[in-house]
Design a protein around this ligand. Structure first.
Ligand SMILES: Cc1cc2nc3c(=O)[nH]c(=O)nc-3n(C[C@H](O)[C@H](O)[C@H](O)COP(=O)(O)OP(=O)(O)OC[C@H]3O[C@@H](n4cnc5c(N)ncnc54)[C@H](O)[C@@H]3O)c2cc1C
Length: 388
């Protein structure tokens, strides 16, 4: 039986950057995915937003490191992954949202994040042509940005292979065996492998992997839709997040929506449905486009003549508190969770990959211990809250 230091289940937003980090640390690494090639799960459904401006310190620290990796990739390795530091802008149209965003900014500044609450005039500068009726202002965090999930993951994949990581595609993990509470081997539909450590990075299917070990993971997939327009001349560079929900009005029912203009001038957009749509369904709906286009054209009337090229639907692997579940579990030596990324797996991946690698090579620092405690499997899922 072939033996590895680490086997990663899932070649997606988390599995690939993790393989990059573990292989770079000298660990003999195998990634197994049931799909035919890299990043064919929900990674390719992400629209590419990357921010460190969360309110949970673990996500702030992980994404700060991710941003360093995305931002330095081209200079370090010569491949353009379309990293753009255009910032993030959360809009406030009500007093309640204004107060909430101001409080979040105070907390985020406490973590040293570069973010401010700005007035509506500044928002109009950032998003030319925005409909400012009732617009009170919003947050602006200039160091956040975006990158292409497809370009980034293929770049991480190639580099991880150069460092020695191996990938087996078209292979499904169907069991994990233990002996004396220690991982012994992993079984797929094609073979068996020995591993010192197994990382569950199976995204929407993470709880199925947990079930092999009687680890009951509260990870529930929920579907979200996104779309992309034809290219037009670039006129804004920030990610715009409208957190004002549509409640049974001319825009239908939905929670927040967000969009940005990518390097090619295309607008990429995404909407959080109301109510949530749990399940594994990835077929597009007929309700998404009419809902989001009405909201976007109302917010930015100059969008009205832009043509939409295509839409798609993917899954957020959700947890009850909207935060990932990371780290080892008691009583099973050699198993690590890297699950429940919700709507943030792309931005968390590179920083998280390095943290997972430090767990295995036993080089954790004091910040790592704090992150692992905050994101542990045993936490109280109903205590911590964050902007999702
Ligand atoms: C519309 C939309 C927009 C989004 N926008 C953003 C964004 O702007 N920024 C952001 O950070 N995130 C975004 N996300 C969220 C992001 O896509 C997910 O959080 C992320 O892809 C989850 O990463 P993962 O590695 O856990 O799962 P995936 O990327 O889905 O990878 C999991 C892999 O595990 C494999 N697998 C599962 N079970 C098995 C098994 N038994 N055997 C072998 N292989 C298995 C799957 O085939 C899959 O390839 C968005 C998601 C959607 C749907």
């Amino acid at each position: 039986m072939v033996e590895y230091d680490v086997i990663i289940i899932g070649a997606g937003s988390i599995g690939v950057p993790t393989a990059l980090a573990t292989a770079k640390s000298g660990l003999k690494t195998l990634v197994i995915d049931s799909l035919p090639s890299v990043a064919q799960g929900d990674n390719k459904h992400a629209i590419g937003g990357i921010r460190a401006t969360h309110s949970l310190k673990s996500k702030i620290w992980l994404c700060q490191r991710s941003i360093e990796i995305f931002a330095s990739w081209k200079a370090l390795y010569g491949e353009d992954i379309w990293w753009e530091q255009g910032g993030y802008c959360f809009l406030a149209f009500t007093n309640e949202h204004e107060q909430m965003l101001k409080a979040t900014v105070r907390q985020q500044k406490g973590y040293g994040l570069n973010i401010d609450y700005v007035d509506s005039e500044k928002i109009r500068e950032l998003v030319p042509g925005i409909n400012n009726v009732n617009l009170k202002g919003g947050t602006f965090s200039p160091e956040d940005g975006n990158s292409s999930p497809l370009l980034a993951h293929h770049a991480f994949y190639r580099k991880s292979r150069e460092f020695g990581a191996e990938y087996n595609f078209n292979e499904r993990v169907i069991g994990i065996n233990t002996e004396n509470k220690k991982i012994t081997n992993l079984k797929t539909n094609k073979a068996q492998y020995k591993a010192h450590t197994i990382i569950n990075a199976a995204g929407a299917h993470a709880s199925e992997i947990g079930n092999f070990l009687n680890v009951d993971l509260p990870v529930v997939p929920e579907s979200h839709e996104a779309g992309i327009t034809e290219p037009v001349k670039n006129f804004f560079s920030t990610m715009v997040v409208d957190i004002d929900p549509a409640v049974d009005n001319m825009f239908g029912n939905s929670k927040n929506y967000y969009f940005y203009q990518n390097k090619e001038g295309k607008i990429i957009f995404c909407l959080t449905p109301e109510p949530n749509i749990p399940g594994l369904d990835r077929y597009e709906t007929s309700s998404f486009l009419p809902q989001i286009t009405k909201r976007m054209v109302n917010l930015l009337p100059r969008f009205k003549n832009i043509k939409i090229r295509r839409t798609w639907r993917g899954l957020y692997p959700m947890t009850p508190d909207g935060n990932p579940i990371i780290g080892e579990v008691e009583d099973i030596e050699g198993y690590i969770n890297a699950v429940g990324m919700c709507g943030q797996g792309f931005m968390l991946g590179p920083g998280l990959g390095e943290l997972l690698s430090r767990i295995i090579i036993e080089k954790l620092n004091s910040k790592d211990y704090q992150m692992l405690e905050e994101l542990s499997y045993n936490r109280d899922y109903y205590r911590i809250e964050d902007l999702k």
